[in-house]
Design a protein around this ligand. Sequence first.
Ligand SMILES: [Zn+2]
Length: 104
Amino acid sequence: MGLVLTFAETIRNREGIEAAEKFVVESLRRRPSVHGLHKLIELNLAEAQESNKDDLMLLRNIIEELREQHRGYACQQCGFRGKSLHWLCPGCNRWSTIKPVLEE
Ligand SMILES: [Zn+2]
């Protein structure tokens, strides 16, 4: 997603916010991501009417909170950490021991 965000900024500078939004929406369709969603809301905020800003800012805050909460996954048996969910732990080869990490 990092590359998508960089491209989105480039498009925004060259072609404007609308083109950047379109690009981010296309990327989100292909691969949903919290970072992409955050970017889309930021782009919308930049051109939002005053009356719509509160809602968008609320959405942005929720996403930032979710992003903060999601610190990857950890095995409860061996402590293996990863960014994606494994059903079979690569660390200890046990099934279904990996759970989302909510707090440090
Ligand atoms: Zn494990």
